[in-house]
Design a protein around this ligand. Sequence first.
Ligand code: F6R
Length: 592
Amino acid sequence: MCGIFGYIGEDDALNTCILGLEQLEYRGYDSTGIAGIFDGNLQICKETGKLANLKQRLTFKTLQIAIGHTRWATHGKVTTANAHPHNDSQRTIALVHNGIIENWEELRDQLKKEGFVFVTETDTEVITQLVSKNYKGSLVDAVQTALPFLKGQFAIALIHKDHPDQIVASARNCPLSIGFNDTQTESIISSDLHAFLGKPLNVIFLRDDEVAKVERGKVSVFDKNLARIAKKLDKLDRDFKSPSKEGYEHFMLKEIYEQPTTIQKAYFGRVNDGCVLFEDLVLDLSATKNVWFIGCGTSAHAAAIGGNFFEEIAEIPAQVEIASEARYRMIPPGTLVVAMSQSGETADVLSAVREIKAKGHKILGICNVKNSTLTREVDACIFLNAGPEISVCSTKAFTSQITVLYLLALHLAKKGDFDALQLIPQHIQQVLENALWIEEKAKHYSRYQNFFFMGRRYMYPTCLEAALKLKEISYVNAVGYLGGEIKHGPIALIDENCPVLAFLANSQTESKMMGNLQEVKARGAPILAFAPKHLSSISTIADDVIWLPDTIDPLSPFASTVAGQLFAYFMAKTRKCDIDQPRNLAKSVTVE
Ligand code: F6R
């Protein structure tokens, strides 16, 4: 979480930093801050809330160099004091940080004993003071001396008032990239390639405990012995388009409506004569005996659907593990591990990948963001090709993930129904055309505070995903449950104030779900069903129905998911929530 940006070059550093932070705001929006140097003075301005607040309160108009930060709070409340950049007691150094320093209290107590004064509740201030303590004229040396004392993960960028010609940066288990141009006129530091503003830059990625001295169009990287390291250069030459809502009220709505296209992009060019082939798939998967999927949140829900594909279509046993728990599990030798992440920057996924790789397993990544950390750490990667997902709430990435997983199962099975997949964009279009009806239902149900989402088989991860959407953008309690499990306890919570949203598009479990719905109906629950067209009998049980196109069971999650996304969107809109940037969340979760 948290976005870091730094600029040194011929453009005004303040303006460029604001442009960079605009691109990074989706990584955290509890507070924003910018520090820079002008005329030998260190200037810092920070504010709680979004970048717009900071822009209104800026206390300076121009800067020679600048570092900026968008915060997702970990240590310390959302206050101006706790916002980054942080400075040392002498106000000579300013520093921005992403990550967590695990031994910050111990270090702070020690530094306090030595006379350092702390004015924030953050772990970050400890790094600033520690660097200040070790500063003897070289900022690079001071940072490298401080690093061994830090436990945890971090990406940092810092400036010193006596060095208006450099920004120093370092990272451990946290993404940080540095770009510089061929004409040696400018350099950018960013936690996210997305914020490189479309400039054609040479890019390097910092590895653990490397320290970089960043000057105009020039970067020198040092190891822990302060020896120069030759870094591999990647050329960044991307078509940069500032994300636009293209007339939609929110990015989330735009991304929901993109899905007929993004699904096609996920399978386009990958199926030939009924045969599935992935470009650049350098791993030979033909001998795969069993698979473990790892992921978090929405990506874990996609993985759960993928697990069913593997077992049903490819007859390969599959296990799904939440990434933050994967390290505690015993993965059988010879298992193919598939790491799922839209952003490719989720700390829980990256840590699991590192630990699993160290145990000798091959890892296949499925990712949306090219050049992200995950794509550089796995043995091979399949891309979603869904384009940037800006809304914090993930929508189009999910349907692209399940498209790719379906193809992967067909690839391993060397058989399967590709024709049915080609109909899915049309099915989604039909759901989108029903948006007004879904909006009406969302308005009706927006008065409730507690919901159960129910499904079986393919509809179980689908209902978990729909419940997650509702929770995160509408701030209501929505619990996804297996249809067969409700009677084993949670039914105690059911009454007329607790609607059940029933996902029925999995025909194999239809009759069992109908029985489960009778159980909750008997206890007074209002029922909203997401049902396939052929299931007309549902009208006698459910109070309301959102009708979905019929398809085969493995592909049933698509239309149901899009209907669930629209329902959550309209609920959030009715409840006047901040849809694209829900409270307490950030797009990339880069802390464990
Ligand atoms: C939910 C959501 C999160 C992410 C999760 C993993 O809408 O966006 O649950 O799915 O943080 O993110 P990635 O896929 O980037 O690893």
